[in-house]
Design a protein around this ligand. Sequence first.
Ligand code: EPZ
Length: 417
Amino acid sequence: MQKLEVFGPNKLKGKIDISGSKNASLPILAATLLSNRKIYLKNLPKVKDIETMINLLKSLGSKIKFKKKILIINNTKQTNKIASYKLMKTMRAGILVLGPLLAKFGHAKVSLPGGCAIGTRPIDIHLKSLAKLGVKYKIDQGYVHAMAPKGLVGTKIRFSKISVGATENLIIASSLAKGVTILKNCALEPEIKDLVNFLNKVGCNIKWIAKRSIKISGVKEINENSYSIMFDRIEAGTYLIAAAITAGNLRIKNIKSDFLKTEIDILKRIGSKIKVKKNEIYIRGAKKIKSINLKTAPWPGLATDLQAQMMVLLCKANKSSVIQENIFENRFMHVSELNRMGAKISIKGNKALINGNTKFAAAELMATDLRASVSLVLAALTTKGRSIINRIYHLDRGYESIEKKLRRVGAKIKRLK
Ligand code: EPZ
């Protein structure tokens, strides 16, 4: 099993190019199932979850090839409507194929998904909302068996809770439904806006009609077109924190700074010096990091996907801080490993109390989920001596060439096979 070896302490200096967004690519790839034509996608990140989604699409009959970094998806002969456990077990976003398969064929069998162990992560909101479009379903032996005897029919749906995945699944499914669908209490993450932009580009008719409401007028078919996926704002946020935590000096490129306002604001408040341009950010980390209390929240709040990274940063702050995790009930898996490195973090319910002034000690560590893994890399970067991070397949699910990108800005980091 591959490991990462980090020799610290490191001070990062230079520029980092941010890759395409994993969490925007996944629903867009699923949405290509709606089409009977060719779709061309640019700026997909080279990460494991995207590979898994491509394999899932292939298993459903999509013909897929890369030509000069452009992914060409041809669904002319796509026929299979069964998404197997083998491909769904490692990636929760697999559930996003349910909506398009139902919209296109009127029936589908999709395995219940796996994914990062960060909470119970049910799919009840996806299923209840699809039922309102006319879907009948049952769960049997780990599979959702779903059918829409009269096809999908547009209606008004209010999500009981803000869910990124359920919003995406319903936007995709409603795009080919008969009539008009209004979705209320939608998630507003930039990745959802990217999905809507993609769908409108291939001929769908989707409009935001109020802050969390969207109107989808069903269309009969999807056009051939190309689309370039947005940048990965969580990857960008992670490297901004890497600069802040190592008192480094980084230029983060290929981004849209508007999508990072919350993170930039937090980093300024803890003492980093930041210069924002439209498509890049310059950050200089301060020697002294100020403590701050943070809460994760749906967009435009602090992303839960940056909570673990922020926690490592606050371990280095001058006083104690609190982070409240409001999205997932079990997203503190990194805490025990950080405490093994010398952090003093205690958990009470959904709050983590983080004592500041931590001097991390080098250790052999175990990655547990995607963002927890990267938080261990960040801690190791600040630590004197050699740290080893095991089980980095979690990291490879969502960070493109992380060790190469960090090495280019001066980190002593290496993959051990
Ligand atoms: C997406 O997951 C992201 N994944 C996650 O990123 C991210 O952490 C999360 O949104 C929140 O921002 C992708 O985009 C592929 P949710 P998703 O549905 O859609 C509960 C990463 O590290 N819920 O918004 O699964 C759920 O348990 C990953 O890149 C239900 O109760 O998240 C959670 O508490 C991990 N029933 C809350 O809603 C449902 O049917 C928000 O989950 C669906 C969700």
